[in-house]
Design a protein around this ligand. Structure first.
Ligand SMILES: [Zn+2]
Ligand SMILES: [Zn+2]
Length: 462
């Protein structure tokens, strides 16, 4: 049975009753502080998001077509495009790194923009496009892996790095890339999860639902679900304790009976489970693999540079030291934070979260939830060094005068980034709250399910 009027917080599993009149506003979970976008009518202005997506797609094509940066040294010129950076890594026997750079800077952002446009244009005319569920799930899947803004920072670091050894020329692609970064930054404020509710409200979805109900002879349930929950609980309660389950992909709250093994969501057909299966085991295994890969990532050279018969190896820490001693200390700090500090922090924080969840700790759950959110957001910035390597390799190929190739640490470092990102995706943040007594947070019984606990604020998109 579906509970359209209930929301289960995706980070702490707390149940809320859908408030009325939420258009243009966002709700924040009062227990863990996560923003809840699964509200019907809480979607951003579709026109604005649609126009921005189209503009971003056009800018993306321009950024791909023109060189991002050029280099002039000893009368020779070389230029680097996004695609050229990928090709240089591929031809330099760094196939896996080339695939990672290709996916994170070209393929995933392109898929996200195309899929969003495919969904938004028909929704704008109150139509639900075919394969709506699959397309929206694809958007949600690829979004965390698109890293255009990190690539942009990589371009800036490369420019500062190169400016001391040769003349750097900014190509048209650089300006397009900068504009694309700003557009994607604004677009990132739009949570695609809001489209599930908008899709349900569209005319064609209503027609399909009517047809389905007449064929099956049953009425689709939108009726007062909170009554069922109210009977079981006096104050605020988690979905699990109320015998309900919130879908991981679309957020729809459904009865626990549907959440048995291999049960699927009635809206988006994703597999339903109360908690991610084997979440802690998978998280710890991925963290262990990342910690092992972190050692060669720091010890082995990330780049080989050969110039006029001289050969030189460059490690990550060596690069930081070079920037520091040559006076570029802001750059040294940026590279150190992104390449050294962030992966270590991520490893430590996720290990702490996994251990605390395994022990059933109730210690500072809200702070742990915030830590998890921070780790989720900053993890992607570690790809910075990999992008710098890709661009440098693409730029510096002046025959016998100077050639730069990627070293084995580039592969190990890219593996650390991907493994830690996978680990944080595998960790189920609801495990932080499972041992917390929900009734301690809200001792005043409210009308409905913790309805008073939902904090509504103005939406940034409206
Ligand atoms: Zn929450
Ligand atoms: Zn679903």
């Amino acid at each position: 049975m579906e509970y359209q009027r209930l929301i289960a917080c995706h980070e702490c599993d707390m149940l809320f009753r859908q408030p009325l009149h939420v258009r243009g506003r966002v709700a924040t979970c009062s227990r863990c502080g996560a923003s809840l976008t699964a509200l019907q009518g809480a979607g951003a202005a579709l026109d604005r998001v649609c126009a921005l997506t189209l503009a971003a797609l056009i800018t993306f094509c321009i950024a791909q077509a023109f060189p991002v940066i050029g280099l002039r040294a000893n009368g020779m010129t070389s230029e680097a495009t996004l695609w050229g950076a990928v090709r240089s890594l591929w031809t330099g026997n760094m196939g896996v790194v080339a695939i990672m750079v290709f996916c994170s800077s070209i393929l995933f952002p392109l898929i996200e923009l195309l899929a969003l446009l495919y969904l938004l244009v028909p929704l704008r005319f109150d139509r639900r496009p075919p394969h709506f569920d699959t397309t929206l799930r694809v958007v949600q899947l690829v979004r965390p892996w698109g890293m255009v803004e990190v690539f942009m920072l990589g371009v800036l670091v490369t420019i500062v790095k190169m400016v001391s050894i040769a003349e750097v020329i900014a190509g048209p692609g650089l300006f397009a890339l900068a504009a694309l970064t700003v557009m994607l930054g604004i677009l990132a404020a739009f949570d695609p999860r809001a489209l599930w509710a908008i899709g349900d409200e569209s005319k064609s979805a209503r027609v399909t639902r009517l047809r389905w109900s007449s064929v099956s002879g049953k009425r689709v349930c939108f009726a007062r679900p909170e009554r069922a929950v109210k009977r079981r609980s006096w104050a605020a309660v988690s979905a699990r304790r109320a015998g309900l389950v919130g879908c991981h992909a679309c957020g729809l709250v459904q009865t626990g009976q549907q959440a048995e093994v291999a049960a699927r969501c009635s809206r988006c057909a994703s597999v339903l489970h109360q908690r991610r299966p084997d979440s802690l085991t998978r998280t710890v295994s991925l963290l262990l693999a990342a910690a092992i890969a972190y050692i060669p990532a720091n010890l082995l050279p990330i780049m080989h540079a050969s110039s006029l018969g001289r050969s030189e190896d460059d490690t990550i820490l060596g690069g930081v030291a070079y920037f520091w001693t040559s006076g570029d200390w802001p750059l040294a700090v940026v590279v150190f934070v992104a390449s050294v500090l962030v992966p270590v922090l991520k490893l430590l924080v996720l290990t702490l979260l996994a251990l605390a969840a395994r022990r059933g700790s109730r210690w500072r759950a809200r702070e742990r939830a915030s830590l998890y959110r921070i780790v989720e957001r900053i993890g992607r910035w570690s790809m910075l060094d990999v992008f710098v390597v890709a661009l440098t390799v693409a730029l510096v190929h002046f025959g016998s005068f100077a050639v730069v190739t990627a070293g084995p640490a580039a592969l190990a470092f890219a593996a650390v980034v991907v493994l830690t990102m996978l680990a944080s995706h595998q960790f189920d943040p609801r495990l932080i709250w499972d041992h917390e007594d929900a009734t301690q947070c809200f001792n005043r019984p409210t009308h409905g399910v913790a309805a008073a606990a939902l904090r509504i604020t103005k939406n940034r998109n409206s």
